[in-house]
Design a protein around this ligand. Structure first.
Ligand SMILES: N[C@@H](CCC(=O)N[C@@H](CS)C(=O)NCC(=O)O)C(=O)O
Length: 217
């Protein structure tokens, strides 16, 4: 049963950015209602949705009278306003590390490998070559950065947080693009651990997708 103040999450099983937030909401145990959107072909870009987010992208979270698009802004907001397991560490130095890992994926890898950008940027060439090149760059950098004493069972310490929320969907995209994660053993180990953690297993696109569906980016 949802109250008037129940957050509304605009989600899509086809979106890795949305999975970041689905996982974050699950990890923090935040009760919410979901509006699931089909994004392939952009049927979700109705006037009502564009009024919520002029960028036309998911995820969007309606919470506390606010409308927040952008997955990392949402994750930071729920971290700052809600109790529950931490997605970001308390102290500035380690917070910076978790943000840095998250940004490698969300700002430098996902953005240039999403289908709209890859199609335009590959200039009529092989889209998959472009996607592989930039996925590999991101995964190489991430693997190097988690060769660090603060890495534990998860990207930072022994509980999953914001960096894991960013890594897992992107690593699944890489596998879907035909890339073997075994090349990055630290990422592969964290990915395997995350996929058996309820924060990710229960929010996996296969668990939330309608029965007849197509995958996205
Ligand atoms: N930087 C944004 C990326 C959002 C994004 O690219 N969402 C894609 C799916 S992964 C989307 O909504 N695509 C549909 C569209 O652009 O119409 C975030 O982190 O939220």
């Amino acid at each position: 049963m949802c109250s008037a103040s129940t957050p509304i999450f605009h989600d899509s099983w086809q979106s890795s950015a949305a999975w970041r937030v689905r996982a974050g909401l699950r990890l923090k145990g935040i009760d919410h209602a979901t509006r699931m959107h089909e994004i392939i072909g952009k049927p979700h870009r109705t006037p009502a949705f564009m009024a919520l987010n002029p960028q036309g992208t998911v995820p969007v979270l309606e919470i506390d009278g606010l409308v927040i698009p952008q997955s990392l802004a949402i994750l930071e907001y729920i971290e700052e306003t809600r109790d529950g397991p931490r997605l970001l560490p308390k102290d500035a130095a380690t917070r910076a590390r978790v943000r840095m890992l998250s940004f490698i994926i969300a700002m430098e890898t996902h953005v240039v490998t999403n289908m709209d950008v890859a199609r335009d940027a590959s200039g009529g060439g092989e889209v998959s070559e472009w996607v592989h090149r930039y996925l590999r760059r991101g995964l190489d950098a991430f693997e190097a950065q988690i060769d660090h004493p603060d890495t534990g069972d998860f990207c930072h310490g022994d509980t999953p947080g914001m960096a894991d929320c960013c890594l897992v969907p992107q690593a699944c995209n890489a596998v879907r693009a035909g890339i073997e994660l075994a090349e990055w053993p630290r990422i592969a180990a964290i990915q395997e651990r995350c996929l058996t953690h309820p924060g990710f297993s229960e929010t996996h696109p296969d668990r939330v997708a309608p029965a007849e569906t197509s995958k996205g980016n």
